[in-house]
Design a protein around this ligand. Sequence first.
Ligand SMILES: Cc1cc2nc3c(=O)[nH]c(=O)nc-3n(C[C@H](O)[C@H](O)[C@H](O)COP(=O)(O)O)c2cc1C
Length: 351
Amino acid sequence: MSREQRKLDHIKYALKLGDGPLTNGLENVHFVHNCLPELNPQDIVLSSQFGGIFFLSPFLINAVTGGADAVTEINRRLARAAKKAGAAIAVGSQYGSVKNKTNYQSYEVVREEYPDGIVFANTSALATPEEALEAVRMLNADALQIHLNPAQELIMPEGDRDFKGLFANMQRILDKCPVPVIVKETGCGMAARQVKQLLKAGFTCFDVGGAGGTNFPAIEAERYGGTAFLNGWGLNTAQSLLEAGGVCGNEGYIAACGGIRSGLDAAKALALGADIAGMAGNVLEAAVNKGEDAAAEIILQAEEELRMLMLLTGSSDIKSLRAKPLYFTGSLLDFMQCRGWEPAEVARSRR
Ligand SMILES: Cc1cc2nc3c(=O)[nH]c(=O)nc-3n(C[C@H](O)[C@H](O)[C@H](O)COP(=O)(O)O)c2cc1C
């Protein structure tokens, strides 16, 4: 199957399957209601910092596509939506395009439509430093995402099997890259151990890409009629945020992604330590089926909800949202206990 056909298939099956079967886990994270918020909405600031980049609003339309003529229009709509909503945007993997020097226009359209926006380039961890830099140059990108997707590769018949040497290659990219490098999962999440290993090597930006939203092992299984045994694989977004946040402290930046579908999801993710929140599958669905205004509306609506939740929790900025009381329920409690957190301690420390 050609790379271009695969890009189209990913969109087709992502739209067909939607989210799940796992949830993002944020349904097990709860704010404690504040009946006396003492805050004027005018004093609420949504700005954030990620990798030294200033975000006026903490939303990102995450990496989806590019690399085929047929998807240029989708990237145009996504870029227009990002511009309208004042969100950042990432393009889909540029790896094949840069390698073969083809289909640049399908990505360049994003920068053309959004000249002063925050735009992230995206490549495979297999890219050479030169290829990674070409991906950044193509978009005059503000940062570079390096995606990790081992579970997807294993279910895809033509996928990579040999993951040895990826880490060393990523370090070579980091050494050469003039913009922040974001290590990004694509829907199976991140654990503390790998985040720690990456931090030690100098990586400071992570997109946890947790389970609970778009599910690439399921997409590949559906495309090929293959095995569904990894359809429930991975750390969900809430678990990944706890894991990454636990080791990052003030040393790293975290993007929450994976089934973020509302301002409430985003607020909980930010409260768990994320600096920005990304959405992909739902914004793609709106852009394809309803157009760029509907895609922008998803972000604008989430932003409005986030603003209300900040008012309701008495949080004038994202930093103060991060200190607000939370409690945890359901399977997240088991996870926390097994992984060494004492949920009551975590809740008490924010009381
Ligand atoms: C059709 C489609 C294609 C994607 N392609 C890429 C990609 O090329 N590179 C990447 O890093 N992530 C890619 N992603 C993953 C998203 O950026 C995101 O990490 C994942 O979908 C989880 O977010 P969601 O649940 O909001 O969709 C893709 C997502 C979709 C829906």
